[in-house]
Design a protein around this ligand. Structure first.
Ligand SMILES: Cc1cc2nc3c(=O)[nH]c(=O)nc-3n(C[C@H](O)[C@H](O)[C@H](O)COP(=O)(O)OP(=O)(O)OC[C@H]3O[C@@H](n4cnc5c(N)ncnc54)[C@H](O)[C@@H]3O)c2cc1C
Length: 424
């Protein structure tokens, strides 16, 4: 891997997501050699993937080069590498570009889409976890509009204009709202030969309310906003099958659709090599103690979505969102420096700053500890928080410009089929 030999202890971090980069930043310019490995050469700001899927933002405004993050850090290296195996006996990771020895290993590999063992759904649905997948959805939506304009039958046209989103968590809700805005503002202008009224958006959620992790107030408001935008919300509805044409559910509801987006859940993305009981079976996350140390190992740590740190308040681990990942990265950075210099470690405590979701222009819901609010102010807060959380000044400026342009013109700038999506 061409990493120089050094007398400094080597920390290998697998994954340049929120957790991995927050830890790498904390170790910057310290007497530690840091090697960051990721199978992509960029960090993805996943909370805004849905805006790439719906032509609101270009992908490069939510992705950021990992090399740019660490380029000024002394003793830090990045390698574009897919980690395949961990050899815990020899303290080494095996990757597609070679092996690398570590003194300390930090696993921050996040999650992957969970299809709950349904292979038909896995084969035919559109996941949205990565930038290329968001671009696939963007292409498919636009291709389906194009195909609808030349469809031979009403049945075919309706299937092309029917959009089904599974999962009423923040991702599904935000995506449904953004597709509804395409229907309300873009389709009538760009596709005068299509009747926008025939376009349907269905949001399917297994729970009895949307946004189950948020307050009842947020759920109720979000559902109202969605309905106002014309989204059909189906709660207590579980998808049983999708063959590429028809969505079948646990009720009488059957939907003909060419666009079936799966936002129903994630499962951990562990790397092979650790003993089986280091993983929590139900979520595929590594069991870690309050210092993020993986059960059974003294020099292997896990952070963020892939780590299950169980506490009284979080019996199944912290919520799989950005804040715990960032905060754990910062804490472990400090703890590792203490460990190396023989100082005591401090246990991790999560500071929950609240949660939020947007449903479209002027519509969002925010749950803070004491305050719960919805509507324009919530939307403003949502925009501000997301803008500030984006990695890189350039990205913040571009996103701000795009959002302002969209707001003033009711327009979405990236309606491009650059790389056509082909169903296999
Ligand atoms: C569509 C979507 C919307 C979301 N919206 C929100 C939101 O609004 N607010 C919020 O707080 N959270 C949101 N989340 C969740 C949030 O993005 C995650 O909690 C957060 O990204 C977790 O950070 P992480 O560092 O643990 O993992 P990730 O950010 O997923 O990073 C993992 C990294 O590891 C790399 N990797 C994985 N396996 C390997 C391997 N074997 N070898 C090399 N590299 C590897 C990946 O390429 C990736 O860069 C959303 C997630 C999704 C998918």
């Amino acid at each position: 891997m061409n990493i120089p030999k050094s007398t400094l202890p080597r920390v290998v971090i697998i994954g340049g997501g929120f957790a991995g980069i927050s830890m790498a930043k904390r170790l910057a310019n310290k007497s530690i050699q840091v090697v960051l490995l990721d199978k992509h050469n960029y960090h993805t700001f996943q909370p805004l993937l849905y805006q790439v899927s719906t032509a609101g933002l270009e992908p490069d405004s939510i992705a950021y080069p990992l090399r740019k993050i660490i380029k000024k850090h002394k003793h830090s290296f990045f390698r574009l590498a897919d980690v395949i195996h961990i050899d815990t006996k020899n303290n080494s990771v095996e990757t597609d570009i070679g092996n690398l020895a570590y003194d300390y290993l930090v696993i921050a590999t996040g999650t992957k889409t969970n299809y709950f063992g349904n292979s038909a759904i896995e084969a035919h649905s559109m996941p949205m976890k990565k930038v290329p997948q968001a671009l696939n959805i963007r292409s498919l939506i636009l291709q389906n509009f194009e195909r609808a304009t030349i469809a031979n039958s009403e049945k075919e046209r309706r299937a092309l204009m029917n959009f089904v989103i599974v999962g009423g968590g923040p991702t599904g809700v935000e995506l449904a709202g953004a597709i509804a805005e395409l229907k309300n503002h873009i389709v009538p202008r760009d596709y005068p030969d299509l009747d926008a009224e025939t376009m349907e958006i269905h949001l399917l959620e297994g729970n009895n309310r949307v946004l189950p992790p948020m307050s009842e107030h947020a759920s109720k408001k979000a559902e109202q906003f969605l309905k106002r935008l014309g989204v059909n919300v189906h709660c207590s509805t579980i998808v049983k099958d999708y063959d590429g044409k028809i969505v079948r559910t646990n009720s009488d509801l059957e939907l003909h659709s060419e666009t079936f987006i799966w936002a129903a859940g994630v499962t951990g993305a562990p790397v092979k090599g650790l003993q089986a009981d280091a993983l929590m079976e139900r979520s595929n996350r590594y069991k870690v103690n309050r210092y993020n140390q993986v059960e059974g190992y003294s020099n292997i740590f896990a952070l963020g979505d892939i780590a299950a740190m169980t506490t009284e308040t979080y019996p199944y681990g912290h919520p799989q969102v950005a804040q715990p990942a960032i905060q754990q990265g910062q804490r472990l950075g400090k703890n590792l420096m203490n460990l190396i210099s023989g100082k005591p470690l401090k246990p991790f405590t999560y500071r929950d700053k609240g949660s939020m979701a947007t449903i479209g222009r002027n519509k969002a819901v925010v749950d803070l500890h004491k305050f719960k609010f919805a509507g324009f102010f919530a939307w403003f807060v949502w925009m501000f928080v997301h803008l500030m959380a984006l990695v890189g000044f350039r990205n913040r400026v571009i996103v701000f410009f795009n959002w302002s342009y969209n707001y003033i013109n009711f327009d979405k700038a990236a309606r491009l089929i650059i790389r056509p999506f082909k169903k296999e």
